[in-house]
Ligand binder design. Structure first.
Ligand SMILES: [Cu+2]
Length: 123
């Protein structure tokens, strides 16, 4: 009895056990492939972008949020012409842009170009 049931148990273990790593590996692969788009936020306070330099994965949507006190409006524009340009947005308002290509994207604030500069690094 033992000589028969033991090999059967071993065979069952060998058959079943490798399924767990395979199942978890395929689960994590599909999870990263179908992951929801990443979101990131740059806050604007006292004429400064926080963070000033932001590194994100490709496909991330960046939201710029105007957190100024008062009525100071800002507008986000890529240094490279015609890549992105927001309208003016006021305290409490936001503007979003999705980065679909890897690269380094320096940008500035249109009304305060001389003192408000930031960089988005897309990997
Ligand atoms: Cu500004």
């Amino acid at each position: 009895m033992y000589t028969i049931s033991k090999p059967v148990t071993m065979a069952l273990l060998l058959t079943l056990f490798p399924m767990f790593p395979i199942a978890s590996a395929s689960a994590s692969t599909s999870a990263s492939a179908s992951a929801a788009p990443t979101e990131a936020t740059v806050t604007i306070e006292k004429m400064t972008f926080h963070p000033n330099s932001l590194t994100i994965p490709t496909g991330t949507t960046v939201t710029w949020k105007n957190n100024e006190n008062g009525a100071t409006y800002h507008a986000i524009a890529s240094d490279q012409p015609e890549l992105f340009q927001s309208p003016d947005f006021f305290p409490g308002e936001t503007w979003k842009f999705t980065f679909t290509q890897p690269g380094t994207y320096p940008y500035h604030c249109t009304p305060h170009a001389n003192r408000m500069k930031g960089t988005i690094i897309v990997k």
